[in-house]
Design a protein around this ligand. Sequence first.
Ligand code: RIB
Length: 316
Amino acid sequence: MITVFGSINVDISVAAPRLPAPGETVLGGESLLSPGGKGANQAHAARRFGAGVCMAGAVGDDAFAAPALEQLVAAGVDIGGVASVAGQSTGVALIVLDAHGENTIVVAPGANLAASAAQLSDQQLRDSGALLLQLETDVAASMALARRARAQGCKVIMNASPLDQGLRLDPQAVDILIVNEDELRQLASGAGVADATPAALAAALAGRYANEVLVTLGAKGALLADAGGKVLTAPAFAVEVVDTTGAGDTFAGVFAAAIAEGEPRERAMLYASAAAALACTRRGAQAAQPDRQQIEQLMASQAHATHQSTQQGESA
Ligand code: RIB
C-alpha cells in the first residue's frame, strides 16, 4: 500500500494546432474536462498498476469537487484522506495541447494549498510502503509530512514538480527525488553544480543529499543515481504520442507502487517508463493511464524488438 499526499484538480484542456505566443489568440479544437492534479494522477497510476492507494489532499466545496475525485473513486483509491474545504475552489488546471502532444499548463491551486500534514496519522504512514509527494500543495506541509514519514519507517518519494516553489525544498528529507531534466538542471545550478551530463548531475546531487535522484529524460528514457555514484538506466518506449499531459505523473505513480511492492530499482524504472509511454497515447491524464497488463505487454514487445535488433546486429 502507498500513500499519496498531493494536488487534486479538474483539467480543462483544449487541443490547438500550436501553442499561442504571448498576446496571441489561437483557435483550438475540442475541449476536454477531466480529473487531474499531479497528486491525484500519481495515485491513480499507482492504483491502475495494482497497488492499494490512500490519497490525501483537499478539494473545495464547489461543483468541481465531485468530478475531480470521480475517477479515483472508480479506480478504487481510498480517498479517506481528502478534505473538503469550505469556501474554497477545487484546483483547476488550464491546459493547451499542440499537434505534437506537447502542452502548457497553468494551475489555480485553490483548496490544494489548504491540504495539511495532519490529515495523515502516524499509523497510516507506518502502514504505507511509500509516501509519494509533489510540489503542487504547500511545500512546508509536504516537508513536514516527509520528516514524519521517515520517523515512522516509511520510504519518502518526491516528484519535485513544478519546481518554482522549490526554494523551500529539503531534498535531504526525501529518499528518492524524481525530476525531469529541466528540474535536475535547476536543482543542480542552485546547488552550484553545472555543465555536466544528467548522470553526473544526478550523482552529484544524490551525493550531496545522501539520497537517490531519478531523472526522466523523455525519449532518452530515465536514469537513477545513488549517493555512492552508481547509475542505473531504463530505456524509453516508442509510441505514437497524442497527449503528454500526466506522463511524468504516471511514471512517478507506477515507480512508487513498484518500489513499495519490493521490485528492484531497475525493474521499477522499466515499469514506470512503459506506463508513461502508454499514457501519451490518449487524451487526458488519468483516463490515459494503463493497467499492469498493458504495461507488461509493452515491456514484452520492446524486449522482443531489442532482442531482434541485437541478433540482427550480431549476424551483420
Ligand atoms: O502533470 C499534469 C497535471 O499537472 C495536470 O493533470 C494538471 O492538473 C496539473 O496539475
